[in-house]
Design a protein. Sequence first.
Length: 114
Amino acid sequence: MSVSPTFRTFILEQLGRRVQGIRARSMFGGVGIYAGDVFFGLIDDDTLYFKTDDSNRPEFEARGMDPFRPYGDDGEVMHYYRVPEDLLDDAEMLGQWAEQAILVARRARRGPRK
């Protein structure tokens, strides 16, 4: 569970081209990615993951992406999915996927509607 400085910098620069207020925070050997105060992504083992729910998860699954499992293949599945590698070099598309993840994270912060 490590993140190379070059991968971290690359991801932050790519996201910063499209998303305002991008920042990173080291956490548990990985890196949390924020837009302002909204936690919407993470980096672990030089792999980028975005927050998902029923609104955007099908896009990840259609591309064959896996969920983040911090405790290995038999461990807990989190609501973060691996971002397709071809998006990493396309700041425009990466930004679009990031914006969807930010919306998901904002909805999750508000909690379920009554």
